[in-house]
Structure formats: structure tokens, C-alpha cells
Design a protein around this ligand. Structure first.
Ligand code: KDG
Length: 316
């Protein structure tokens, strides 16, 4: 059984090779991505076994993702192929109109993974893990995927498996913001470790000052392991009574997409391997920095040796 089980939609990313509006972009690079898949690859690169529960289209892109994840060492035993529905894809527009910001154009409605359902969630598989991880994206893509995510969280909670949740609010995936607030808040009731940013905190909790965010999550949801991502300002955690701040690493950014997943995956891997929270945050920040230096979310996810070399060599 893998140490971590994740649930969610892998996607093929087509990343614009040149900057500017997509109407003028001719060349795209193909990458295997998707938030939970990114977290899985981050974990396995650091030697923590991870399995992904999902559905892929029985098409070329589904095979691409399956082979990629299997090649990375992710447990693919709980990936099903759907002959009727396609694998989800999206395009990335970089540095336009805002420098340093990437925009995404999804083609994922009706995808194979949007038909994920509670039937896909094997209680023994989830119950045998140390950590179950999912995100607000899976909660957004369809009612059945959302039910699957809640089933995973409930099983994990019932079996004493640590639940990890990245809020990952994606405005484009929700019809009404109130639905997002209701669903994501409900999810927080099942969560042991939460990752969120300041905008997500103000959306869900109505506060954005760090102390207030920690206070609200603890008092309303009983969460005492909180990681607040602050972008270029770094990250802060409330971890079992301790507050820790870690700076971000400044690097040349090619595409910021995937930074949060690199952070979450490397943070979880580090905690599972016995690092204290400060060390886990530093390693997670380093991984996030490494990932934004290239197109694609997974290629630059570090192995232990890469992480050591980055941390030793940064700023020299
Ligand atoms: O976090 C990075 C992801 O946003 C990206 O890989 C695409 O999973 C994705 C999504 O659903 O937006």
C-alpha cells in the first residue's frame, strides 16, 4: 500500500513556448500535470510512495499521463480508463497581459476524471495509507468527483489516516462563488493539514491577517496544522501551537503554475520523513522555486540530491 493516496484529475498541459496572447502562439509544449498528480510526483521523487485514484480517457493523452506517472513510480493501480470520455487538457498563456502571471484555458468539461465517483474510492486503499490528499479542484469539477473526494476524506478520518487538503480555489471551475465557499468550508471539517493562500483565506474565512487566519481555522474547524502560502513573501505555518515563517527563494520565473503543488508535495514528504516544520517549509519553498523556473509542473520537482544542491548553492 502506498504511504500517500491522492484523488483528483491529471491533465495534459499545453504550455505556450513563446510569451503573449495564445492567438499568436504557434508552438506548445506538452506536459503531464494536474494538482494531485503533481503532488504524487513530488512525493515519489523524494522516496515517499504515492498512489493516485483517478480516471483517464482511453485516448492518446490518457496513455501519455498513465505512462508518465507509472514511469515516475506513482502507483497507478487505482487509475481507470474511460472509453467514452476524453482526458482533460488545458493551455497556458504566459506573461500576458500581466508579466510573471500565467493564464489557463481549460478543456476539461465532461472529461473522464469529471466522472470520478464514490465507486472509485476503495476504502482499503485509502484506509491503508498514512496520508490522504485531495484539493478544492476535485471538489469543483463535478458533483460525482466532489462526492468521491468527500468519501475519501471521510474514510481517511474514520481510519485515522491524516487528511491533507489544498484549497486550490479556481474561479473558472465554479459557477457561483457561494457554492465554492459552502463546499470548501464543508471540506475543512474533515481536514488535518490545510494549504491555502491569502485570497483563499479571505474568501473562506473573511479574514486575511495571518493571526486571524490561524485563529479562524483553529476555532471554526479545529485545524492545528496550517500552511499559508504568501507568494513572493514566503510562507507561514501554524503547526501544533508553533508559528513559523520561511522566506521564498527568488529565482527567474518562467511559469508560476505548479508552485503550490510542489510546495505541498515536498512539505508532506518532508514531514513524513521526520523533518521539523521549519525544515519542511524551507525544502517546500525550494521545490516551488525550482518548478517555476521551467514550463511544466513536474519536470523540475527535485530528488533529494537536487534539493540539497539547490539549498546549498542558492545565493552563492
Ligand atoms: O496547481 C497546478 C494546477 O493548477 C495545474 O496543473 C492544473 O490541476 C490543474 C487545475 O486543475 O487547474
Amino acid at each position: 500500500m502506498p504511504e500517500v493516496v491522492a484523488l483528483g484529475e491529471p491533465l495534459v498541459q499545453f504550455n505556450a513556448v513563446t510569451d503573449g496572447p495564445l492567438r499568436h502562439v504557434t508552438y506548445f509544449e506538452k506536459h503531464a500535470t494536474g494538482t494531485e498528480a503533481n503532488v504524487c510526483v513530488a512525493l515519489v521523487r523524494l522516496g515517499v510512495s504515492c498512489g493516485l485514484i483517478t480516471r483517464l480517457g482511453a485516448d492518446e493523452f490518457g496513455l501519455f499521463i498513465y505512462n508518465w506517472l507509472r514511469g515516475e513510480g506513482v502507483d497507478v493501480s487505482h487509475i481507470r480508463f474511460d472509453p467514452e470520455r476524453p482526458t482533460g487538457i488545458y493551455f497556458v498563456q504566459r506573461n500576458y497581459p500581466i508579466p510573471g502571471v500565467s493564464d489557463v484555458l481549460y478543456y476539461r468539461r465532461g472529461s473522464a476524471a469529471s466522472a470520478l465517483s464514490p465507486d472509485d474510492v476503495d476504502p482499503d486503499y485509502v484506509g491503508g495509507a498514512r496520508v490522504f490528499h485531495t484539493t478544492g479542484i476535485t471538489m469543483a469539477i463535478s458533483d460525482t468527483a466532489r462526492s468521491a473526494a468527500f468519501k475519501g476524506l471521510e474514510i481517511a478520518r474514520g481510519k485515522g489516516v491524516i487528511t491533507s487538503f489544498d484549497v486550490n480555489y479556481r474561479k473558472k471551475l465554479w459557477t457561483r462563488v457561494e457554492d465554492a465557499v459552502n463546499v470548501l468550508s464543508r471540506a475543512l471539517n474533515f481536514v488535518d493539514i490545510v494549504f491555502l493562500d491569502e485570497d483563499e483565506a479571505s474568501l473562506l474565512l473573511g479574514v486575511s491577517m495571518v493571526d486571524d487566519v490561524f485563529k479562524e481555522l483553529r476555532s471554526r474547524f479545529g485545524i492545528d496544522k496550517i500552511v499559508l502560502k504568501l507568494g513572493v513573501k514566503g510562507s507561514m505555518a501554524y503547526w501544533e501551537g508553533r508559528v513559523v515563517k520561511v522566506d521564498a527563494f527568488r529565482v527567474p520565473v518562467k511559469d508560476p503554475i505548479g508552485a503550490g503543488d510542489a510546495y505541498a508535495g515536498v512539505f508532506l514528504a518532508s514531514i513524513l520523513r521526520g523533518h521539523d516544520v521549519e525544515s519542511a517549509m524551507r525544502r517546500a519553498s525550494a521545490a516551488a522555486a525550482m518548478v517555476v523556473m521551467v514550463r511544466g509542473d513536474e519536470e523540475n520537482l527535485p530528488r533529494e540530491d537536487d534539493l540539497r544542491r539547490f539549498l546549498e548553492g542558492y545565493g552563492r
